[in-house]
Design a protein. Structure first.
Length: 452
């Protein structure tokens, strides 16, 4: 057993040497040279706080306090580089792992990366040769990406690379565990598997998902998401989508929305929450094409039939507007409860056209068409029919104007003129009603001739 004891002593001696030797090796003198060479390559100031060697658990080099750019576009708390010592004798130096802690990456840095990594196009292409350096794995801990209008993270990421330098697997998880994503190569594609729970979208509209599942495949230029499932705001959304980004950014797909509470959706989209109720829309066909991803929302095109059950139109009383001919308030400030509101929505570059509107609510029925401009300005007409105690099924066409925040419903000009004449001749009540009917009939008659 003496050989076993000697082997243990030898191993202990090696570990002791690896732990002590780095204290006698100073790498601080290399910092200015490294800063100058990297700064000259990317044409940005580079600062390094510390550089040291360590022997355990494997020999590696630690770089700390790194910043890049005049405004610190990139900041890194610590980078640990572990080489394969035997590979240092060969043509290709192998880095077993690169571990990055507390990375902060800004939008400015992301925009500059293509310039920093650009090769000299004037030089002739060199013949294929083994790479000078090959990295086997990359690890990010507590990383943050700061975009123009959102912050992603903190998160952890792991990437394993093949001998040719291509990703073999990659994983991403937020530090709170609410979002997880995995990417694995399959032939020329990369399989995508994303799962989230109790998660709010960090960029764009702050939609809150109770659960989200996205599965699909991607290449370096496009992606096909064959399964998208979500639970949010009391309902579900399912669908498929494709995206391409080789020349600008293009997105298209189809979805189904079932029993989703619409008011919090409108609030998340930054629209006045003037409508509540359970939304069902199918199929929702959408597409967008833009030069940059941040412009996709403005370029969105969407079309779908829809219905909203047991809801409320906030900010306007349609029944009051239809039965108060003399009032100029147009039903402002009230609300309209309904059993069902259905129609067809077509949206293009921010303009929303709602056609085939049909409202059913006890004594109130309405139909018509309304357009909402990108500035949330309203225009259109609805035809109402109200059953009241004094008037049997009174019909009233109303012009729609104002904004989503302050909608206005007023009788048409001919209806108002007829009501005024009827009131003057026959008196209030019956005269007003008869006169408004005559005005509506006259308007329809001349409107028909004008169309012909």
């Amino acid at each position: 057993m003496k050989w076993l004891k000697r082997l243990g002593l030898l191993a202990g001696g090696i570990v002791l040497i690896l732990a002590i030797v780095p204290f006698f090796i100073s790498l601080e003198d290399y910092i200015p040279r490294i800063e100058r060479e990297v700064s000259a390559r990317i044409k940005e100031p580079v600062k390094i706080g510390g550089l040291r060697a360590a022997g355990l658990p494997l020999p590696h080099i630690v770089v700390s306090g790194v910043s890049v750019g005049k405004t610190e576009d990139i900041k890194v708390g610590k980078v640990s580089v572990t080489p394969d010592l035997w590979s240092l004798l060969g043509d290709t130096k192998v880095i077993k792992s690169i571990e990055v802690e507390q990375l902060v990456l800004t939008q400015k840095a992301i925009d500059k990366i293509p310039v920093w990594t650009e090769t000299d196009k004037k030089k002739p292409a060199a013949p294929a040769a083994p790479p000078a350096v090959r990295v086997e794995s990359i690890r990010l801990d507590d990383a943050v990406v700061k975009l123009k209008q959102a912050t992603i993270g903190p998160f952890d990421a792991r990437v394993r690379l093949s001998r040719e330098g291509y990703p073999e697997s990659a994983s991403f998880v937020t530090r709170d565990g609410k979002l997880k994503a995995e990417v694995k190569p399959q032939g020329r594609n990369f399989l995508i598997d994303v799962a989230a729970k109790d998660w709010k979208v960090p960029a764009g509209p702050p939609l809150h998902f109770d659960e989200l599942v996205v599965k699909g495949a991607a290449t370096l230029s496009d992606a096909t998401l064959g399964e998208v499932r979500a639970r949010l705001y009391g309902g579900t959304v399912t669908g498929t989508a494709t995206a391409a980004w080789q020349k600008g950014m293009q997105v298209k797909g189809v979805a189904e929305v079932n029993q989703v509470e619409i008011r919090p959706i409108l609030a998340a989209l930054g629209k006045p929450p003037t409508l509540s109720g359970k939304l069902t829309a199918k199929p929702v066909v959408f597409s967008a094409s833009a030069a940059k991803p941040e412009h996709l929302a403005n370029a969105l095109r969407l079309e779908t039939p829809f219905d909203v059950q047991n809801g409320i139109l906030h900010g306007v009383d349609v029944k009051k507007a239809a039965t108060s001919l003399i009032s100029r308030e147009g039903g402002k400030g009230g609300e309209t409860r309904f059993d069902k509101l259905s129609g067809r929505l077509a949206m293009e570059r921010g303009t929303r056209r709602i056609t085939q509107i049909n409202v059913v609510s006890g004594s109130l029925a309405a139909d018509g068409n309304v357009t909402i401009s990108p500035k949330d300005e309203l225009s259109g007409r609805i035809n109402t029919k109200v059953q009241t105690a004094s008037v049997a099924a009174a019909s009233m066409p109303l012009n729609v104007s104002g904004t989503l925040d302050s909608p206005l419903l007023l009788p048409t000009g001919a209806t108002m003129a007829g009501a005024a004449v009827g009131t003057a001749v026959l008196g209030p009540g019956v005269g007003t009603t008869v006169g408004s009917k005559v005005g509506q009939w006259t308007e329809g008659l001349f409107g028909s001739k004008a169309k012909k």
